[in-house]
Design a binder for this molecule. Sequence first.
Ligand code: ZN
Length: 334
Amino acid sequence: MITLAEAVKLGAVHTVYPGVLSLYLTVPADPAGARALPARAGELIGAAETAAGGGRVRAEDRRWVLENLQVNGRDWLGRTVAMFACADAGLSEAFPLPCHQPDRAVLGIRPHVRPLLAALQRCPAYRVAVVDQQRVWQYHVADDETGTVTVPVAAAAAAMLERVMADGDPEPLVIGGDDDGIRQLFASLPPGLRERFAGSFTADARTLTAARVRELAAPLVARWAAERAEHLAEQVAATRPDGLAAIGLRACLSAVNASAVQTLIVPDQGLVPGYECGRCGDLSVEADSCPDWGTAALPVPDVIEEMVTRTLEDGGRVSCLHDGPSRIEARLLG
Ligand SMILES: [Zn+2]
């Protein structure tokens, strides 16, 4: 499964003309339906070209996408696959997402990563610790893969969890097993891990299979992810009175230009065309908001994608909302 760090790296790929193709496509669960994929991809690519004002996807990029779907489509049955292609930038990536996203293709100056970020946010990789009196079984769930480690006692388990969870994306943690074991392990968690505690389930550790562990933990993780997105949005909303918030596209563009964003909230769909100043790099929706304009304005197909990339590169957080109102808001650095 792709990590957030890899998604950020992907989003940093950049061309001067709109030549980066991003395609999100859900492969039918029925193998017979997979045969129609290249035709469906062709339609979406055509729509992306029209939306890009008559821009064209390079023939070799189109070929790579269609061939890939033909050859690998059966490995992705029932899943949404994300594909990014730009031969000029040396880019050709295809991988399934951890949860579904609407079908769409975008032709831009960088990969359209908002749907990918939204999927990672909604269905993150996670850890499960299952405890009984003597042992702790530790699971790492990412996509289809579930790895297991067994640790002798609960105190050592907390230390080990802390060690393995210190690297990579901040993953949520679920604890399962008997009630006493859950209580003890939770009590020994360091504060950093408690923040990522997504919930617990009671079960007999000796009879649990990896599949059952996932079944019990997945709803807890989904709820944790939804609450976290909501919490971020509330945090931004609550910031309004003290002036550390930017509401709306224009205010957020200024904040991003000033590298002042702590948390950026954007819709996961919809493109807003604008400009980037070739001299100072400022983003804008209008052609006259920077003193350099007229001499160095570069059109960008989607300023939201630019804002997302810059915020992540500056070390800020981005929340891509799927269902909510299509608002753009930011909490600023204090
Ligand atoms: Zn400028």
